[in-house]
Design a protein around this ligand. Structure first.
Ligand code: NDP
Length: 263
């Protein structure tokens, strides 16, 4: 029996155990997935090997520590220095990032998008912006403070704080901040969010399982919107494919993982 886990602080809220265990159980894959509340990111590698894990996911706030802990980082995670999926390959810690591709899957139903506004400049915004730029999508980033914007300017995004932002037309606006997660805050001042939503075709939030104040406003304006559930599903399906090393098909993983969202 293989053991997998999610590391985070907090981690009690995570739906990952339910998602992955649903796949393992229904597809008769001999594995079990649990939660590990990890306070210190520096202890990630030691804890991973002490628990004899075959693989793991990593959530807030340890994704950058996970990158630094890896013996080898593969694929898109190398571009952004952020790892959310770990594998134990013969005692070596291998890192991947499935968040950005998970989000690409989530927005497929919006069709072709050319101009995206990301609100927030944290780890999630970094992953999404780099992935969009790779697909030649124009990316604008809006954050409440200046300090994290330099990364985005370096990868050819337009990047602004609330002080110097001027709204343009967007195909899609995404809230990647944690405003609305545990509070009822908007990710920017009301007037600015109103202006943004009046100039966009679609809206999305990385937060899942609740209608955030940002999405509430999008709904009031009859804008097509979605929360972060499909992003969560997308990153989970891709992580499970890595965990099970091609033994299960993407289609089967998705079917059973999706069922766990109704539990
Ligand atoms: P980070 O801590 O890396 O970044 C948070 C960002 O939000 C920063 O830019 C910060 O601004 C901004 N911010 C925080 N609070 C506020 C506020 N009250 N008003 C305006 N801006 C604010 O977080 P992550 O990028 O890792 O995660 C962001 C969100 O995405 C979380 O809610 C997380 O749960 C969700 N998420 C969802 C996933 C899914 O699968 N659906 C996957 C990954 C994340 P500043 O720079 O000024 O501090």
């Amino acid at each position: 029996m293989e053991l997998f886990a999610i590391f985070g602080d907090p981690v009690e809220h995570s739906r990952s155990p339910l998602m992955h265990n649903s796949v393992f159980k229904h597809l008769h894959y001999p594995a079990c997935y649990t939660r590990v509340h990890l306070k210190e990111g520096s202890k990630l590698k030691e804890t991973f090997f002490n628990l004899a894990l075959s693989g793991a996911n990593v959530t807030v706030p340890h994704k950058e520590d996970a990158f630094n802990a890896c013996d080898e980082v593969r694929g898109f995670a190398k571009n952004i220095g952020v790892v959310n999926t770990l594998l134990n390959e013969n005692g070596r810690l291998i890192g991947y990032n499935t968040d950005a591709d998970g989000f690409m899957y989530a927005i497929e139903e919006f069709g072709h998008v050319e101009n995206i506004l990301l609100i927030g400049a944290g780890g999630t915004a970094k992953a999404l912006a780099s992935r969009f730029i790779q697909d030649n999508i124009n990316v604008t980033v809006l954050n409440r403070s200046e300090k994290r914007l330099s990364y985005f300017k370096e990868i050819a995004c337009l990047a602004f704080t609330w002080d110097d932002f001027e709204v343009k037309k967007y195909d899609l606006v995404v809230n990647t901040t944690s405003a609305g997660l545990k509070d009822e805050e908007l990710p920017a001042p009301l007037e600015m969010i109103e202006d943004i939503l009046n100039n966009t075709s679609f809206a999305a939030d990385a937060i899942y399982g609740k209608l955030t104040p940002f999405l509430k406003l999008a709904k009031e304006k009859n804008i097509t919107f979605k929360d972060g559930a499909d992003m969560l599903l997308g990153q989970g399906v891709l992580a499970n494919e890595l965990f099970t090393k091609g033994d299960l098909t993407l289609k089967d993983i998705k079917t059973h993982m999706q069922k766990s969202f109704k539990l």
